[in-house]
Design a protein around this ligand. Sequence first.
Ligand code: SAM
Length: 250
Amino acid sequence: AGTLYVVATPIGNLEDISARALRVLSEVALIAAEDTRHSSRLLQHFGITTPLAACHEHNERGEGGRFIRRLLAGEDVALISDAGTPLISDPGYHLVRYSRAAGIRVVPLPGACALIAALCAAGLPSDRFIFEGFLPAKQAARLARLEHLRAEPRTLIFYEAPHRILAALGDLESVFGSDRPAVLGRELTKTFETLKDLPLGALRAWVESDANQQRGECVLVVGGWQAPNEDEAVDVDARRILDLLLAELP
Ligand code: SAM
């Protein structure tokens, strides 16, 4: 059988494509793309002439059958999405799952991914984090989701559409409080790349006051919940015990 390559493409800056991605995209028999028109521009830019076929969320299962037939016949297929890493808030899950179930080798070609780009430049704890993808579009569901996450201690990462960024920030502020540290990563790797770190309340006000910040693609990185003054409380206890012990010393 052939190999399914899961290939990351840039999230803006075309220089972020890897040498390996370019080689694999030109060597495979077929590229399964989220949007063939969008991807044909990318391939054209790099002089790659490999045929493209559509593989998007609503036809992935059917198309998955077709891709899997080609893979089982011995052809190599590359899966790409419109931007960044396939399967990360993008199609590809079913194709990868069916491929693995059919015994087809699946090879990842890592590269650009907006959540990792935002996290690695945000300056918020990155040792443990959770990726929440897109919050629900409707406010009631969004608030309910955020309630579940209110006491999450790990750094939280959200994707958001530009027309909902302000609403999302408002709800984050109301559930997590105005003081929670946050970073808005906008247009990452592109000309107007912005990484703004402010507490949620101030970040919401900043975005509200500048319409330019409500455009383009964005990632929100939010600091995890911290037990209020937990460290101080421990310190107070430790000091009290230390004082007691010191008083007992000769
Ligand atoms: N698969 C992509 C990845 O690896 O990051 C994500 C695809 S998802 C459909 C699109 C969302 O990713 C956007 O709404 C935005 O939240 C985020 N995103 C993609 N490119 C971005 C960029 N250049 N700057 C900031 N956020 C970006």
